[in-house]
Design a protein around this ligand. Structure first.
Ligand code: ADP
Ligand code: ZN
Ligand code: ZN
Length: 747
């Protein structure tokens, strides 16, 4: 006998409210998870519909008292069914409960007040607007000039887009509105006005974009994918194209075709690259039928965006990982741009990778999938070479043909010749030259933006977080901060162990670089971008737009600065200590180094002027550095895959990490040990651990990690299922077990 747990209201907050029904014999074997079925409900046996959430052979209560499913609702090809099927797949694939998987996949309606959407509309004729623009520019009123420039081009803009992405303050908008240059209208008024006057669509936020003619390389890719689309065969593709080679134009060309066919598209972009510039391109091309998701939206606003998608009001959803779960009725295409980004992998349960979920979702909808990157992940490239994705490449920049010149500085040589500064001589000379010419410079520190750990030079004592097994980092304002749990304490002037005064931080953070620059080049205007300076809302975009407006000569930052805006005046990119990320202890450190360096180098010379890049390193021969310097992806890939093959790391083999966490250190260790013993006999590949995780403790929770390697992914799934069974049979409230397939980082 099979029993079905059925959920009746899936927009409800209490997703765990399901009801069990018998699967009658005539339906046995035909009902599956996600199906929309009709059931007799409540005392009066009113007939209602619901979704099958789970099938089980274990009755939750007396089977004699259970009612039976009446039938599967025919022709109910509902998007919810697909999302439920997707959740069921994620549960099985990554290991989590069905409820957690559902909560990941379904938009949950919370009772929140609806915010009225506002729009900004140009209120004066174009000629007059140009006059005002010239005045603002003359007076260096950059914010006013910025908004006016966009309004002249667009006539009307979404209020939120302007305040969040264009960085115009509400005060500025009010002021311009008082001057009668623009009007702020509610969406409703705006929409009505639009219908009444029947104005040209292009005057109202609908498409107003002169799309470029694709070059032959772009066209060949777009044509091939569109041909598949038209033939109704859904496939997956990987486009490897250097930054600026015109991938986004190719996506848009294909999306246009998808929309023409009455279907919808989801475009994933890493949150940090979701800048005004990128989003506006889509708005310009597809008008009001585009929506974006980003972390600044409230839950209610997110829900509204999903509602719009469900009602068919939009065709394109742009956003980070979670935009995958947009409930489009007839999804035709998923694009994952910068697919190598680590943020596409979820770090909470279920620990899914967006590309894998996108594959599954695409197959449920019969949709196509495009992955794009300048530096594809080794895994995706491997899959493409082995036939999973069709591979395309774009090797030239679409607009400017020149790639930057790259020079490598060997820091060991610098040391030998007595230069202890963080700048090699070459970089220092080139900075001076750029300052002279009033061109801009980006300095990239291949590391999170904090000074290294604080240690005592007499006894070696390291200042550590009392709650986590990590060292504290020195921050400005004389404090020490834990980057795992946020713990803070005042800086020390004396070693707590031996009372020596010789205690201090390693000077290698972005703050230190900023200080050095100020010392060497006192005339330079410096902006710094790192975790510290981007804490507040909008600060990220503010720094970038102020640098774009040439309010500074040098931008110093961490990986954050390699994304987003184009800066036509940047002609020099310096990469300081390129190899720091090579010392990370996981198998992907070379890959990450290569990707970061290639992307950072790609920031130079995006305008008419030719760019130069200086990479400073202690490992000038390392292939991830030499290949990044020559922008040679293929050579990097060959070296890297040989290494992974040798050591049997993904993608050449598969890896499952089982993490056991508990506030009780002994319990974590013994539970992990017992679980490992239980699994051992079934493992054909090899098992490493259990052992203390590299970060042994986070927020007072101890962590034990076990790795299992296998050639065969299905073996790892079997082991995961067995481990889940063990946990069900040995419940312990003080233990949490999580699974991570092909983890992107070590534990
Ligand atoms: P990517 O997504 O690969 O970084 P983009 O699509 O953003 O590249 O293109 C880079 C720049 O080149 C953009 O300003 C874009 O408008 C422009 N561009 C792309 N393709 C063409 C083309 N065929 N003709 C003219 N300009 C183009
Ligand atoms: Zn000491
Ligand atoms: Zn901590």
């Amino acid at each position: 006998m099979t029993y079905a747990n059925i959920i009746v209201n899936i927009s409800h907050e209490n997703l765990d409210k399901s009801f069990q029904y018998k699967v009658p014999s005539q339906l046995e074997g035909t009902v599956s998870v996600g199906d929309y079925v009709s059931i007799p409900f409540g005392r009066g046996n009113r007939i209602i519909n619901g979704y099958v959430l789970e099938l089980t052979d274990q009755p939750a209560f007396d089977p004699n008292k259970q009612k039976a499913i009446i039938e599967i609702v025919k022709d109910a090809d509902l998007v919810e069914s697909k999302l439920l099927k997707l959740a069921a797949w994620m549960k099985a694939e990554y290991g989590s409960t069905m409820i957690t998987a559902l909560k990941t996949v379904l938009p949950i309606k919370k009772n929140v007040k609806k915010q009225e959407k506002k729009r900004i509309v140009l209120a004066v004729p174009t000629e007059e607007a140009y006059d005002s623009l010239r005045t603002f520019e003359k007076k260096h009123q950059t914010a006013r000039a910025r908004i006016l420039r966009e309004l002249i081009a667009e006539r009307s803009l979404d209020y939120r887009l302007v305040t969040s992405k264009l960085n115009i303050s509400p005060a500025t908008l009010r002021l311009l509105s008082e001057q009668g240059i623009l009007r702020i209208e509610s969406e409703r008024v705006y929409r009505n006005a639009y219908h009444e006057t029947g104005e040209e669509a292009s005057e109202n936020g609908a498409p107003s974009y002169a799309k470029p003619v694709l070059n032959p390389e772009q066209k060949q890719i777009a044509d091939a994918i569109i041909e598949d689309l038209k033939a109704g065969s859904h496939k997956s593709y990987l486009i490897r194209g250097i930054t600026g080679s015109g991938k986004t134009e190719v996506y848009m060309e294909i999306i246009e075709e998808v929309i023409r066919g009455g279907r919808q598209a989801i475009v994933l972009i890493p949150e940090i690259a979701l800048t005004y510039q990128t989003v506006l391109r889509f708005y310009k091309r597809f008008g009001d039928r585009v929506s974006t998701l980003h972390s600044k939206l409230s839950e209610g606003e997110r829900y509204d965006q999903f509602e719009r998608a469900r009602k068919g009001e939009i065709d394109v959803m742009i956003g980070p990982r979670s935009a995958l779960f947009t409930p489009f009725a007839n999804l035709g295409l998923i694009v994952i741009d910068e697919e190598h980004e680590g943020t596409y992998k979820s770090d909470s349960m279920p620990k899914y990778h967006a590309a894998e979920v996108a594959m599954k979702l695409a197959s449920l909808h019969g949709a196509s999938l495009i992955l794009g990157s300048a530096t594809p992940s080794v895994s995706s490239y491997y899959e493409a070479l082995h036939g999973t994705h069709r591979l395309f490449t774009l090797d030239k920049r679409a607009k400017e043909a020149v790639l930057p010149d790259v020079e490598i500085t060997d820091l060991r040589e610098e040391l030998k010749s007595g230069n202890r500064s963080i700048f090699g001589r070459s970089l220092r000379d080139k900075i001076a030259e750029r300052l002279e010419k009033e061109e801009q410079i980006m300095l990239f520190l291949n590391r999170r933006g904090y000074a290294g750990f604080v240690s005592c030079r007499s006894c070696g004592h390291v200042m550590k977080c009392p709650h986590c097994d990590v060292s504290l980092s020195e921050h400005s304002g004389n404090k020490l901060v834990c980057h795992y749990c946020g713990y803070e304490r005042p800086a020390v002037s004396e070693c707590p162990e031996c009372h020596s005064k010789m205690i201090g931080g390693m000077r290698a953070g972005t703050q230190q670089i900023e200080q050095q620059i100020k010392k060497i080049f006192p005339q330079a205007r410096v902006l710094r971008m790192d975790a510290d300076t981007t804490k507040t809302k909008d600060s990220y975009e503010q720094i970038l737009s102020s640098f774009a407006n040439r309010e500074a000569d040098i931008l110093v930052g961490t990986q954050m600065i390699v994304k987003g805006h184009d800066f036509p005046y940047v002609t020099l990119v310096g990469i300081l200590a390129a190899d720091l990320s090579l010392y990370a202890t996981d198998y992907r450190s070379s890959e990450r180094t290569f990707q970061l360096l290639t992307q950072a180098a790609g920031r130079a010379g995006r305008g008419e002027r030719k760019g130069e890049v200086v990479i400073q390193t202690y490992n000038p021969e390392h292939y991830s550095i030499t290949c990044a310097a020559s922008q040679d992806y293929e050579s990097f890939y060959k070296e890297e895959v040989a290494y992974r093959e040798l050591l049997q790391y993904p993608p050449c083999a598969h890896l499952l990490a089982i993490l056991a966490e508990s506030p009780d250190e002994e319990l974590a260790a013994s539970y992990a040990r017992h679980l490992a013993d239980y699994l051992k006999n079934d493992i054909m590949g090899n098992m490493i651990g259990p052992a203390d995780a590299a970060v042994r403790k986070i927020s007072d929770v101890f962590r034990q990690v076990t790795y299992i390697k296998s050639q065969d992914a299905s073996e790892l799934h079997r082991i995961k299922d067995k481990a889940e069974q063990y946990c069900t049979d040995h419940p312990d409230a003080k233990i949490r077990i999580t699974f991570d397939f092909d983890p992107l980082h070590g534990y």
